[in-house]
Design a protein around this ligand. Structure first.
Ligand SMILES: [Zn+2]
Ligand SMILES: [Zn+2]
Length: 279
């Protein structure tokens, strides 16, 4: 394997979480089983095979490797990827790709798709992604990945297989869709990005930004820039229903040891062991 960019990996049930995220440095996440990635602030060589990406916002540490990724896939003779981006970034990114084509003399084949809060994207029969607004210095989006299954409607549970088949053949819809949020990705946001999309608190896995942890960094200031402070997590500790909460995107002002110590002081039980610092 070519080692080129840091990638941390965590296995949670049947989901593999891979990525790296530090504020102002670079952010990228990939989920091989779901066949998607979030953000293109870096593009490890091993991530290239994933052909569907969602970009949360236009800050350079979340988007800068988009041209590199598109170009690599072309060079490796892979299908053009599909990249979902906030509407406002599409025009500028198309221009950037055209300019890169001029200087690199290589085509940049890709399908850039604009997305807005409220959109729903079908990944497959099993998975759907929904898009929510978050609060940051530029237009920004959060995402929830849902697992969907069709289940027999409650009123038909007592019927025999034959009866159900007859209903079905007679044109009756006997099943109803059930959705479970398996993964939520906040991207960069002030805490209202979570509060305004409460399902984020209920997804099996939540990837939450946590940029500031030191008491000297006041949270009111931080909210203006659209980020989360450790105090915000403490205030909301009873809201998190998630089985795993990953706190990422920590400021480079902090050494990992300092982050661990400050978090352990304020949340000694690490939310019953569910809180994982991505350091
Ligand atoms: Zn960021
Ligand atoms: Zn940002």
């Amino acid at each position: 394997m070519i080692q080129n960019l840091p990638v941390k990996t965590l296995k949670f049930k049947d989901l593999t979480i891979e990525g790296y995220s530090r504020a102002a440095v670079q952010t990228y996440w990939r989920f091989p089983e779901l066949k998607i990635g979030f953000d293109l602030g870096g593009q490890p060589w091993s991530f290239m095979g994933t052909e569907t990406w969602f970009v949360s916002h236009g800050h350079i540490d979340h988007i800068v490797c988009l041209p590199q990724y598109v170009s690599r896939r072309r060079m490796m003779k892979m299908e053009p990827p599909t990249i979902y981006l906030p509407e406002s970034t599409i025009g500028p990114i198309q221009k950037i790709l055209r300019e890169f084509t001029r200087i690199d003399r290589g085509r940049m084949p890709c399908d850039l798709k604009p997305i807005r809060p409220g959109d729903e994207i079908e990944l497959s029969r099993e998975y759907v992604v929904t898009v929510s607004a978050t609060r940051h210095g530029v237009p920004s989006l959060g995402f929830i990945v849902w697992n969907r299954r069709r289940k027999l409607k409650a009123e038909y549970l007592d019927l025999t297989g034959d009866q159900i088949r007859d209903l079905r053949l007679g044109g009756t819809e006997v099943t109803v869709e059930h959705r479970r949020p398996v993964l939520a990705y906040l991207g960069d946001s002030a805490p209202s990005g979570l509060d305004d999309c409460p399902m984020m608190y209920e997804a099996d896995v939540l990837i939450c930004e946590l940029t500031f942890v030191a008491p000297s960094h006041r949270k009111e200031e931080i909210h203006k820039f659209g980020h989360i402070h450790l105090d915000d997590l403490v205030e909301r500790r009873d809201r998190f229903q998630n089985e795993l909460i990953i706190a990422a995107h920590l400021s480079t002002r902090y050494h990992s040891k300092v982050v661990r110590a400050l978090v352990a002081k304020q949340i000694p039980d690490m939310l019953d062991g569910r809180l994982h610092l991505w350091l």
